[in-house]
Design a protein around this ligand. Sequence first.
Ligand code: 13P
Ligand code: SF4
Length: 304
Amino acid sequence: MISDIQSEILKLKKEKGVTIFAHTYQSHDITEIADVVGDSFLLSRKAAEDKNPVAVVCGVHFMAETVKMLSPEKKVILANGSAGCPMAEQFTADEILAMKKQYDDCAVVSYINTTAEIKTVSDVCVTSSSALEICKKIDKKNILFIPDCNLGGYVSKNIPDKNFILINGGCPVHSAIEEKEVITAKKLHPNALFLVHPECKPEVVKYADYIGSTSGIIDFAKKSDKKEFIIGTENSVLAHLQFECPDKTFYPLSKNLICPDMKATTIIDLLNAVKGTGGTEITLSPDVMQKAVICINEMLRLEK
Ligand code: 13P
Ligand code: SF4
């Protein structure tokens, strides 16, 4: 039974000094027993504070890399080593540097969904929940926001006095959602509030009653006195919400809001990673680690 596997994981993690970090897109059997569950912002914050010698990350590669950079002395294991965020690898560091060269007084702001290599050429990192707040604090005239043009576009609309340079990257899952899908969902559920992740296209986001990160969407739905919600992010969020708020009803914006990489990790992967027989240990060269952590530390400083 799943509960037997969960009990075994809980026993092993105590014995071996393991902290389990799970992104909110993970399945319920994993989030139920993880020590930290949240959006990229919360995972990075908690990783910086965590004291256990081993971290097992249930999420995608850049999340485990972030944990490693914040705690280089830790053994960091990605529970399923094949899970990567396609957005993170859309550009190389050289391409970003070439773009930056074209502007004076320019800060490279990189979404945390990027590789360590890209972070080495970034001035500050942001997550979907901290992007707006951090970009407001940047004193440069030009902001080269990479790689998600939807998130960057959303932030830029809210900070009209800065010049945002956007590039053509983004999440293949969220950016595939079309305006007509929102229109259909709203027609089917006229009383529902529409909560959406800023990785969706502007023609989708414009219908939102709330725009925010995965944790932001969950908090909003839990606290709201409304009873029906259309969820515009990965469908696992909908499953968690329906479990936690049985008196409310949640509808998917689209059946296609499924991230195959976030779905790659299973409870058996987690068991093997905690046991020490599975998963992939994250290693980074000291040089990359030293340079890449600068923009993460800058993020932690500015989001205070
Ligand atoms: P969050 O910042 O909401 O965790 O988003 C991460 C992500 O991968 C969304 O697609
Ligand atoms: Fe990357 Fe999109 Fe999957 Fe998030 S949902 S991990 S941004 S591909």
